[in-house]
Write a protein that binds this ligand. Sequence first.
Ligand code: GLU
Length: 496
Amino acid sequence: MVRVRYAPSPTGSPHVGNIRTALFNFLLARKEGGKFIVRIEDTDRARAVEGALEDILESLRWLGIEWDEGPEVGGPHAPYFQSERLSTYREIADDLIAKGKAYRCFCTPEELEKMREYQRINKLPTGYNRRCRERDPSEAESLIAAGTPFVVRLAMPLDGKIAFSDSIRGRVEYDAALIDDQVLLKADGWPTYHLANVVDDHREEITHVIRGEEWISSTPKHIVLYDALGWTPPIFVHVPVIKGPDGSKLSKRHGDTRCLDYREKGYLGAAVANYIALIGWSPGGDREVMSLEEMQDAFSLHGLQPSPGVFDITKLQWMNGVHLRNLSPDELYDSVKAFHETSQDEEYIKKPCHRSFLKGLQDREYATRALVLEQERVKLLSDFCEACEFFFVNEVSIDPDAAAKWFGQPHAKSLYEFLLSELSGRNAISVEDCDALIGKAVQQLGLEKRAQAIHPTRVALTGKTFGPGLFELMSLLGSSRMSARLNRAIELTGPR
Ligand code: GLU
């Protein structure tokens, strides 16, 4: 039974690269009918950030990643917060000391600083000089009795190789002599990442550890710990980082890196999950646009790529557009409404269309039809507000260039008057009727081309020269909205 985990530290809002490892773990669990566990590694109290836990869980939910065990849902290995089971780590540290696999280190921070300085000046390899490893046990006993603070360090092998197999990189080997005697338990009795991580992966029966490659150099320490405790290590899968377009590791200076930033910008969770999965994983063939379910079916560790992928925002935007177009009218309405109502993005909230859109969305049927008409053309949920504005306002704002060009045409006034008279007394008007109406206007006014009627009509009704199909939008606006706009256009036209 595959059991995998995402083990974030609540030190900030998750980055897309970090959340991608959650996604890979989740996909493997679903593909193999296993379990996906979320475990909060909150032992570094100095780096804890308020609100980070909420952001972690919210990011997962937004991407559609559900966990079988962890915060909020519980499970057989609860609690899933490391800070709530400190005694376990302390017992294991004691056990390691008793077996001679770890030792107490009484060196003070000042002594350690002096040691480091000495190593620096003499160009020696840096790392703990193992002074306390050699200490006489009776001396250690009296230091403990005197209440001297200590940390617990792992006694690394002094020579030989430490090897493990990584699913992506194959066999990985480190020289034991080059690895420091890692602190496992701090002076305040709290475990470090290394101890707590290994203990929990064992307790929670984790079969595969899929994590970022920045942890690969910690793995030999973990292997030594597993060995010291007589436990079998899981399968390790270290996934390459995500790079920015300039080839360096994706970071703030490349733009948004926080997963939830993309939600705030109007991306769909499904599109972001799809896109970030494909940065480091190939589903085979030329498949690209996939739902979470399709990715679950196609997922395998063999598809994980050994070289880092590049984050390309243009591609993500394109993919978001495709996912948007795949939404049913109801899904589209619900997504746009939820986005609009919860957006905290100041730039978005400041847009002039914001208020009319909120009001417009109250009429579900009309709003859904308006959104569907724009669905083919937009890339982000945040694009609908502006694109659909003309459907909802009483008075459309007219692009001055478009007005100058089309209201100034000699036939403009007669065209609008003709349309107005044809509309009078009508209620609903179908797309076909609108098409026929424009045809009739062309004939009546003796125009050479349909475009001569289409463009000025569009500007009068929408204020713009582009947008969805004219007959569709005319039919949706209906005759009374159209009449009001045509009347206003007549006032704005020049002499006949
Ligand atoms: N707590 C570590 C992190 O924040 C977990 C690393 C691991 O998956 O082992 O990324």
